[in-house]
Structure formats: C-alpha cells, structure tokens
Design a protein around this ligand. Structure first.
Ligand code: FAD
Length: 509
C-alpha cells in the first residue's frame, strides 16, 4: 500500500521504431505527415490527436476543434452508436454503473455543446431540480427538500457519450478512428522533448501498427493511462503518483420503472459513509431504474440476485430495497471493484515535453462515490480552452498548473471524506481533523435547514467552493441544527441480520 506516499513511476520497456501502417478498415488516410510547425501546438494550430473517446477525450476534442484545423480521436473500442445504453463498451466498464453528472459538469458541457440538456431529454433522459425531484440521504437522514437552482440530468453514461459523439462528428475537421490503440509516443529526432506523434496498433480485418503524426497529442486514455511509461521510455520525466486505497465495491442492476415508484420522484441517493452502506436508484431513458449498491473497505455488495436484494435491505433507509422488491429486474447485477483513488502530479514535472498533454482520469481517478470524474474532466477541458485561447509557450505546464488546481479541490473533498473512515490509510493533517467534524455537522443540519442544504448541494456539485460552507448564514444553520442527531450510526446491519428486519422498521428520516 502506498497511501500518502508520492512515488516516482518506474520506467518500463521502450517502444519499437515507427513502422508505416499497412492498415485497412475504417480509414485514417491520408496518414498525416510531419507536424506542420514546431510551435503549432502552442499556437493551437495544425493537427491534434486525442487518445481515447471517453468523457475527457470527447470534451478535449471539442475544445481543440476551436483552434486546430484537424482533430483525430483514436479509440481502441468500437462505439455503440444509437444505443440501447445498458451494456457499456469494453473500454468503459464503469459505464454499467450509475453515472451522476454534477451540475458544474452539466453547465460546462452545455456551454461547449449548446442545447445538450434539451437534446438528452429528447432522447429519453429527464431533468430534475436536484433536491426536489430526488431524495438524498446523508447518514440516514433525508436532506431537506428545497429548490437549489441546480439541475440534475438523469441519463446513462452511454447516452451522454452517444450524444456528444454525434455533436462532434458534425464539427468540420473532427474525425473518430475506432479499433485503434495508442501504444507509445514519438519524439522529434532533433528534439527528444518534443512529441510529434503516437505509435498505434489497429485492429481492423487484421492488425496493423504505425505512427500518427500530430502537433499535439492529448492522452485521455483514462485511469489505466500508460502515459507515464511512454514518457519514461523516451527518458522523459514521468509524474509522481499518490494512491488512497478504498477497496470500494459496486454492484448494479436495471429494473423496470413505473410512474408510481418513489411517489413520482426519479432518483434516490443514499450516501455511502462510515458505518452506512449506500446506493442509488435513478430513472433513466428507456423506462428503467438503474440501481447501484456500494460498500467501502471490502464490504462489497453481492452480485447474485438474492444477495443484491439482501444488501439493499441493509441500507439505512428502505427506499431502494422497497423499489427493487416491487418491480421486475431487467438482467443480472454486475460488479465493479475500485481499489484506490489515484492522482498523477503532472504539474510537478519540470519542463514537461511539448506537444503532449494528459487529461481526465489519466491525471486523477476519483473515488466514484462522489460522482466527480466527468465534471472534473469537463473543468479540465474548460481550462485547456483558456490555455489555448491565451496561446504562448509552455502550453503543457500552463495547462497542468490550472488543471492541478481544479483537481485539488475535488481530490481534497473526496480524499477528506474517505479519510473519515478509520480503516482508510493516509495522512490526516490538522485540516482533516478540523474539517471532518464540521462536515458531519453540516450533513446533519442539511436535514433540517434549507440554507445549509442548498449550500451543501452547491458544494457537492462543484458549483461553489467548499469554503461556501463557512459563510455566516450557513455556519449559523450548522450551529443551530447540526447537533439535532448523533453523527455516529447504529451498527451497520449485515445482510444476515437484516433478513429479519421489515422495511418499515428501517428508519426513514
Ligand atoms: C464504477 C465507477 C463509477 C463512476 N461513477 C461516476 C459518476 O457517477 N459520475 C462521474 O462524474 N464520474 C463517475 N466515474 C468516473 C468517470 O467514469 C470518469 O471520470 C470519466 O469517464 C472521465 O474519464 P476519462 O474520459 O478520462 O476516461 P474513460 O472514461 O475511462 O475513457 C478512456 C477511454 O480511452 C480508451 N482507451 C484506453 N486506452 C486506450 C489506448 N491505449 N488507445 C486508445 N484508446 C484507449 C478507452 O477505451 C476509453 O474509451 C465513475 C467511475 C467508476 C470506475
């Protein structure tokens, strides 16, 4: 375990020399030649290549298309264009689990793709006022239902990607190439710290390897990014890393949606917290409930149907259990294990190579319980847009500085919440020791006080900074209502002990 430690990434094997690609199938012809100009990347001109068509890659492509003449998105998968959006593609196994889009992320996406929210609803998604159309439970207490000004768009991850891809395809100069894996970086022979392309392997009626040249390469390959290895193979500095082990388990299953469920509300979130198992149920396009159950530190929900229901029964409130036992299941539960949050500190790399950027989960993969990943990817894309608009030298360093500051906010929130679990290893500084107890009281107060509830939701949605919770009106609410319930939960029920518990005994707030 390397919790709290910042470790250099070890170097791995180097990559073979470029080979001209004998590739058929969906075409990347004509293969781009050498980068147009040594400073093209800084100026945002020429050809940008994005590795990975996940959320970070799609949003980066949109931003790059504003200045680069040509943007090529290389994706190792085959897209599931048009849906149905239950099975996610192989490269994004997390797409089989609930993917809540925080309102800050939705706002940025809406700026980049005007009318996106409406288009999603036209494709079957729905929107709700965050604390009105949804039930939120923290510590088994329902957060007070009150207008927040926040919109939650309830769409599957697959639908969101599908709509963004279609929008991008309509932008002149943007091209997707599927079944193509990036395998390494190509440096300029005369300037080893200038990246001028990527090695690729293509799977299309046979395998081909080759090089795609670019003025800017953007690594958006997600958590499993091999960017640090690729840099090390070129004897370029790789970023230090930090991990926080959380051993989180998810299990998710679809159910038939009926209008009478949850009294017409379309979402219920039961936050996973120390002493509380959690889960969520969200009404998605296609008349389905998407139900995800979660447990930390090895307390993983089972994936056999009976075990899944039994786990649902141990949640601190009965809403999800009542739901899954009152409607038809559509398929079996599927698991996901998330061992650790992972942060790669590219902003600490001195003189990062030109022509290469890293974005999204490849920089930071957050504990998914806090639903931050897509929104932080959107924030990073927005920062990249600012950097490209400002133009000038040192694009990677400028971008990493801005992205690092954004990531830090979300990382501190998520990591701080994880460190409230005594079993999570990591440094607990003075700030954690002060913030943790205040945060607990905020959560209790949000149950009764609308001002605190609004402030908390705006912070969790990354719309406001966490310091907003210290504003006088919020602090007054916390002082007045934050001690109305104990913060220590009753002992967590196990599936076995819950078997005898009736759902109406489960203690809704
Ligand atoms: C279980 C789980 C639940 C989550 N829930 C939420 C949530 O509720 N809300 C939220 O905002 N975020 C959530 N996340 C995080 C979210 O999925 C990511 O933060 C978000 O998708 C941004 O990731 P990305 O685009 O950087 O990487 P990914 O989405 O992982 O995309 C990477 C892409 O790169 C492709 N790729 C990989 N290697 C290569 C290669 N060598 N060459 C070419 N292509 C390659 C992959 O096929 C994939 O398409 C969750 C994550 C997990 C694990």
């Amino acid at each position: 375990m390397d919790n709290g430690a910042v470790l250099p990434t070890p170097a791995r094997e180097s990559h073979p020399d470029p080979v001209v690609p004998p590739v058929d199938g969906d075409s990347l012809e004509p293969w781009p030649g050498r980068p147009s100009h040594p400073r093209a990347a800084e100026d945002g001109r020429g050809h940008a290549v994005v590795l990975g068509a996940g959320m970070a890659g799609l949003l980066a492509a949109r931003v790059l298309s504003e200045t680069f003449e040509r943007v090529t998105v290389l994706e190792r998968d085959v897209f599931l264009d048009g849906g149905p959006h239950g099975d996610s593609r192989r490269g994004v196994p997390q797409g089989r689990h609930l993917h809540g889009l925080l309102d800050r992320g939705r706002q940025i996406m809406e700026e980049l793709f005007p009318g996106l929210t409406t288009e999603l609803t036209q494709r079957g998604a729905s929107t709700i006022e965050t604390l009105v159309g949804s039930r939120w439970y923290l510590r088994g207490l329902r957060v007070r239902s009150t207008p927040t000004g926040l919109t939650s768009v309830l769409a599957s991850r697959g639908l969101l990607e599908d709509v963004l891809r279609a929008r991008l395809r309509a932008i002149p100069g943007v091209e997707f190439v599927q079944r193509t894996s990036a395998t390494g970086l190509v440096a300029a022979p005369e300037a080893p710290d200038r990246i001028i392309g990527v090695h690729v392997a293509r799977q299309s009626r046979g395998v081909g390897i080759g090089v795609v040249h670019a003025d800017l390469v953007v690594d958006a390959t997600g958590r499993a990014s091999r960017g640090p290895d690729w840099l090390a193979a070129l004897e370029l500095p790789a970023p230090p890393e930090r991990r926080t082990d959380v051993d989180l388990g998810y299990a998710s299953r679809f159910y038939r949606h009926r209008p009478e469920h949850l009294d017409g509300q379309r979402s219920v979130i039961v936050s996973t917290m120390p002493g509380f198992r959690g889960g969520g149920a969200v009404a998605l396009e296609g008349g389905r409930w998407h139900v995800t159950l979660a447990g930390m530190l090895g307390d993983h929900p089972p994936t056999d149907p009976e075990g899944f229901e039994a786990f649902a029964r141990t949640l601190p409130v009965p809403d999800i259990y009542d739901l899954v036992t009152s409607t038809e299941a559509l398929g079996d539960p599927v698991p996901h294990r998330f061992a650790s949050s992972l942060r790669r500190y590219y902003e600490r790399v001195k003189n990062p190579p030109t022509g290469f950027l890293v974005i999204g989960d490849a920089i930071c993969s957050f504990n998914p319980l806090y639903a931050q990943g897509m929104t932080v990817a959107a924030q990073q894309a927005w920062a990249l847009r600012d950097c490209l608009r400002a133009a000038g030298p040192d694009l990677p360093a400028r971008f990493y500085r801005q992205a690092g500051r954004l990531v830090d906010v979300a990382w501190d929130m998520a990591n701080g919440a994880d460190l409230c679990y005594p079993g999570v290893q990591g440094r607990r500084g003075l700030r954690d020791r002060l913030v943790g107890p205040y945060a607990e009281r905020v959560q209790v107060a949000a149950h009764q006080n609308a001002t605190v509830a609004r402030a908390l939701m705006n912070t969790l949605n990354l719309v406001d900074a966490p310091t907003a919770l210290l504003r006088p009106a919020v602090a007054a609410g916390v002082l007045r209502f934050g001690w109305s319930h104990p913060t220590t939960p009753a002992p967590t029920l196990t599936a076995a002990s819950a078997a005898g518990r009736s759902s109406d005994q489960a203690g809704s707030a």
